[in-house]
Design a protein around this ligand. Structure first.
Ligand code: FE
Length: 348
């Protein structure tokens, strides 16, 4: 368990959330020793620990956290069954949340608060998991070498003018698998395979192990455009020391009739064998309210799922876009087809 937080920021957010949610509630909460919650999370500790600390200050409920990759956490929940200490499972990809539903690891429940705060396509139909932030897969490009028309689609990267100009992350990334799953839902496997194999033909270099490397390759002139999650762009933009930042972000598929930008979610659900169901529901509902939503998204330069929560200034500076509203269960249902299709296309 790692605890990371900026004490100054934390106290500012505490005051903000206290003011917005009503500080009186703290006084009526039971003592922290009698109230706790256990969370398994593949979202990194430094991106959620500040929220859990605020939740404890606000409600008296202490949150214990174990972080690992989603796969090992799912295996752990399967092995532990009734013996699991976990009340909540949190992860950073819709496909993984769907996989957990297939293994019956979640406890379905109804919450009018969550139904109100989270759009329907970003949560499970049966109340097993709920999106808490969205992350957009966008195009990062070299400003001096690329000029996208406003109606540019991801599919247009298949054109020959992009030969030796494209950078991608490897096909074993769940982010790419979820994206391809939605492409298959829209176009079918045949057409998706054709399109992806044209992308592969246009690669400037072999696929990278992560999005950051793909963005740095654009910056180094090895390729002109990379398909990545926008928060990785945000980190590189933040850490850039020079005057003229050479990259920009583009939101594809924005014209009328086009799909909108592919998004994925960070999300969570209550585990089937949770011991603290009431507190777990309380935490998820609290995380869906605007003050917590603002911080949840801001910590990783993502987008709140609750439309009442503001985006950070940095994220705002990237401009507005229309997101794809395909239900994210598709990312899980079509994940095996996505892996097969990427393999067929020769996407390493
Ligand atoms: Fe990521």
């Amino acid at each position: 368990m790692t605890k990371t937080s900026n004490p100054f920021l934390l106290s500012c957010f505490t005051i903000l959330i206290c003011v917005m949610n009503g500080c009186e509630q703290r006084k009526t909460a039971s003592s922290p020793d009698q109230q706790k919650l256990f969370v398994y999370s593949s979202r990194k500790a430094h991106l959620i620990q500040p929220l859990f600390e605020l939740f404890q200050q606000h409600t008296g409920i202490r949150v214990e956290l174990i972080t690992d990759k989603a796969g090992p956490l799912i295996t752990r929940l399967e092995n532990e069954q009734h013996a699991t200490p976990a009340d909540i499972f949190m992860t950073v990809d819709a496909g993984m949340l769907w996989l957990a539903t297939q293994k019956q690891l979640f406890l379905p429940f109804k919450s009018p608060v969550l139904a109100h705060n989270i759009p329907a396509h970003l949560r499970d139909r049966h109340g097993q998991w709920f999106g808490l932030s969205t992350r957009a897969r966008a195009l990062v490009y070299a400003k001096n070498r690329v000029n996208f028309p406003a109606d540019f689609r991801l599919a247009d990267l298949a054109e020959s003018e992009w030969r030796n100009r494209l950078c991608l992350r490897t096909s074993n990334s769940v982010y790419n698998q979820s994206l391809v799953a939605t492409m298959i839902a829209r176009h079918g496997e045949e057409q998706a395979a054709k399109l992806l194999s044209a992308w592969v033909d246009n690669l400037a270099v072999a696929p990278f192990a992560n999005d950051t490397q793909a963005i740095k390759a654009v910056m180094a002139g090895r390729c002109d455009v990379a398909l990545v999650n926008s928060y990785y762009y945000g980190r590189i933009q933040r850490d850039y020391a020079g005057d003229n930042f050479p990259l920009a972000i583009f939101w594809p598929d924005q014209a009328q009739g086009q799909s909108g930008v592919h998004i994925n979610i960070s999300g969570a659900g209550i585990t089937r064998h949770a011991k603290n169901v009431h507190n777990a529901q309380k935490l998820l509902e609290w995380l869906s309210e605007p003050p917590a939503q603002k911080l949840f998204a801001e910590l990783n330069m993502e987008f709140p799922v609750n439309s009442q929560a503001p985006q950070s200034l940095v994220v705002n500076s990237w401009g507005n876009f229309r997101a794809d509203t395909t239900h994210l269960e598709v990312a899980g249902q079509l994940q095996p087809a996505a892996i097969k299709t990427m393999d067929r296309a020769g996407w390493k």
